[in-house]
Design a protein around this ligand. Structure first.
Ligand code: TYD
Length: 204
């Protein structure tokens, strides 16, 4: 039996975490066994890499390689075994974040990103990706007052504009997989959109 693999994307401050909690509850209510995880991270090694990549100064290519090293360990150690066990894997960020942040934000070319995604994922891809989209200025306002920004969250608005463009390009390339959610509205209105997608994709 193989489970479902679903990812959640969007710039920092899009309100992903709140929605993911509701989505996990939605699948659990259907009787699914849910594995809730995140990137970078999800396993002991990948969480150690997360602490490094989000805090230590480094060049963009090193950042990209560490994101994919963490992803490889996460896939091998957690995601693939969970899918093999029939679980519903809900992953807070996955490869689209590398294309958006290291590709769009940092400006690394697709010729570096595409082969890495190929080797590291070796054919494993989320069946559905929720992209929580909102204007970067609105996301920045939501982030202000939250906990202290890490190295990536501390980037300026133009970085997040480019990251948003990166998500848009990924959505355009895979319109069946990536569903855009308007995350500029109130949490209840975001949830209504999410629920409509869930009910349509996973009818009772
Ligand atoms: P995030 O899930 O937003 O963490 P939190 O909300 O707990 O701070 O992710 C951490 C950061 O890592 C976020 O700024 C996006 C970034 N990131 C990349 O730059 N590339 C990647 O491939 C991934 C998975 C995340």
């Amino acid at each position: 039996m193989t489970g479902r693999f679903i990812s959640f994307e969007g710039i920092d401050g899009a309100g992903k975490s709140t929605q993911i909690a509701s989505i996990a509850a939605w699948f659990q209510a259907r009787g699914d066994e849910v594995a809730l995880t995140r990137e970078p991270g999800g396993t002991p090694l990948a969480e150690d890499l997360r602490a490094l990549v989000l805090n230590r100064p480094m060049d963009s290519l090193t950042e990209l390689l560490l994101m994919f090293a963490a992803r490889r360990d996460h896939l091998q150690t957690l995601i693939l075994p969970a899918l093999a066990a029939g679980k519903t894997v809900l992953c807070d960020r996955f490869t689209d974040s590398s294309f958006a942040y290291q590709g769009g934000g940092r400006g690394l070319p697709l010729r570096m990103l595409d082969p890495l995604a190929d080797w590291v994922q070796d054919g494993t891809e989320p069946e559905l990706t929720f992209w929580f989209d909102l204007p970067p200025a609105m996301a920045a306002a939501r982030r202000a007052g939250a906990r202290e920004a890490d190295r990536i969250e501390a980037q300026q608005l133009d970085f997040f504009e480019r990251a948003r463009g990166g998500f848009a390009a990924r959505a355009e390339k895979a319109p069946q997989r990536v569903v855009r959610i308007d995350a500029s509205v109130a949490p209840d209105a975001v949830w209504a959109q999410v629920q409509a997608v869930l009910q349509q994709r996973y009818p009772a």
